[in-house]
Design a protein around this ligand. Structure first.
Ligand code: DOR
Ligand code: ZN
Length: 439
């Protein structure tokens, strides 16, 4: 393993930014100081003043493997991850088969060891009948439980009240939640069908998957978590109204935390006109006012993390009419650069690395600290780039951001001290590690 010295970096970590050199040895950060000698280093990376952030820990990724490899796989999507500055992923269970047993989960871990360019963990999916599996999960080697409180892509839905109460009452690891009330959505969809027949315009999506559907389900989740003292992480908030259910504060002070996603923070209802199915996702992208409130909530520490909900589907599938076009979009490669358009560097580090590490208690990751794994991203805030088919790593080959010019670029990404991305190229031979948790 190479000893690497990063010189002349603008180190962005734990709320401050300062000039520093970083020495990496055996995959970990050996030394951080204003000036370090290059003696003994196999490689010197002159950062030339670029920003060095902890690599993103993306707690919300769909890689589609096993079973849906025509859309994406663990190798292709972790290539995209490192190209976007993401060094660890926590993947979701709506694969085929669904990851609702520890045995299936371990098969995913075994696959990941041979395929993932980034570090990885996998959520165990909750179902109406697998409480025993959820309770048997090893909290030190698995990130947590994913619970769909509303139906979305796949058929993982927990809608039995007794099972919900059991899960909230007994599961000891973070429970990541998809909150949308299915009955409200069904009623809205029925009304839309009566009005439009099969030709429902995509611009109806946010009225069908409505503010009320989100609020009702999120309110129930917060109520149950409060009742049982459970640790929940509510994924992909999309409305200003839901924000009122969460408290402002540092994550160490709360057991109920919230996530926002790059696409809900970037697009708004006005974009359905031009992008249609390409921005159809669940929960839906809402109004410009909701987007503004979500951005503010990140600054106010009401929303704690940014996770991507990277959810690739085929271009051909996205050409279908509203009723059959799948929900979800690929975003992981553009997440950090899109956030930098409206958030300070320190906030980006907090929401993408520090807070995910704090919530999930990832062992020795998420901060630029001596002794921690060297999961790092070098960001060039002065070199813009335009997203195009030529620079997309996704297996599905398209991005909702195509044609968008971001003011920053990812210059390099290190995973466990290995250069996984540099000079615009991914080193596909690198393999990440299984994440461990300090619980
Ligand atoms: O838009 C979505 N896509 N929302 C989800 O809940 C699932 C995801 C997917 O897996 O495609
Ligand atoms: Zn998701």
């Amino acid at each position: 393993m190479q000893t690497i010295l990063i010189t002349n970096a603008k180190l962005v970590n734990e709320g401050s930014t300062q000039a520093a050199d970083v020495l990496i040895k055996n995959g970990r950060i050996e030394n951080i100081a204003p000036s370090l000698s290059a003696e003994g280093a196999d490689q010197v990376i002159d950062a030339q003043g670029k920003a060095l952030l902890p690599g993103m820990i993306d707690c919300h990724v769909h890689c589609r493997e096993p079973g849906l490899e025509q859309k994406a796989d663990l190798h292709s999507e972790t290539r995209a991850a490192v190209a976007g500055g993401v060094t660890s992923i926590m993947e979701m269970p709506n694969t085929k088969p669904a990851a609702v047993t520890n045995a299936v989960l371990e098969e995913k871990f075994a696959l990941a060891a041979t395929k993932c360019v980034a570090n990885y963990s996998f959520h165990l999916g909750a179902s109406n009948s697998n409480l025993d599996e959820l309770l048997a999960m090893d909290p030190k080697t698995v990130c947590g439980v994913k619970l769909f409180m509303g139906a979305s892509t796949g058929n993982l839905l927990v809608d039995r009240t007794e099972q919900l109460e059991n899960i909230f009452g007994q599961v000891q690891v973070p429970i990541s939640l998809h909150c949308e009330d299915t009955n409200t959505i069904r009623a809205n969809e029925k009304a839309a069908r009566e009005k439009y027949g099969e030709a429902i315009p995509f611009s109806e999506h946010w009225k069908i998957r409505s503010e009320q559907a989100c609020y009702q389900s999120t309110a129930l989740a917060v109520e149950l978590a409060t009742k049982y003292g459970s640790q929940i992480h509510v994924l992909h908030l999309t409305t200003a109204k839901e924000l009122g259910l969460f408290k402002a504060g540092t994550v160490d002070t709360k057991k109920i935390t919230a996530e926002a996603c790059p696409h809900h923070l970037w697009f708004s209802a006005e974009d359905y006109e031009t992008l249609g199915a390409l921005i159809k996702c669940n929960p839906a992208i809402k109004t410009a006012a909701d987007r503004a409130a979500l951005r503010q909530a990140l600054l106010d520490d009401v929303v704690d993390t940014v996770g991507t909900d990277h959810a690739p589907h085929l271009w051909e599938e996205k050409q279908h009419p509203y009723g059959s076009a799948p929900s979800g979009l690929p975003v992981i490669q553009s997440a950090i650069v899109s956030l930098l358009e409206y958030l300070p560097l320190e906030t980006v580090a907090e929401k993408t690395a520090h807070n995910p590490a704090r919530i999930f208690k990832t062992l020795d990751r998420g901060f630029i600290r001596e002794g921690y794994w060297a999961d790092l991203v070098l960001v060039d805030t002065e070199t813009p780039h335009t997203v195009s088919k030529e620079n997309i790593e996704y297996k599905c080959g398209w991005s909702p951001f195509e044609g968008v010019t971001f003011n920053s670029s990812i210059a390099a990404t290190l995973v466990n001290g290995q250069l996984a991305f540099s000079n615009g190229k991914v080193d596909g031979a690198i393999r990440g590690q299984r994440l461990l948790f300090d619980r």
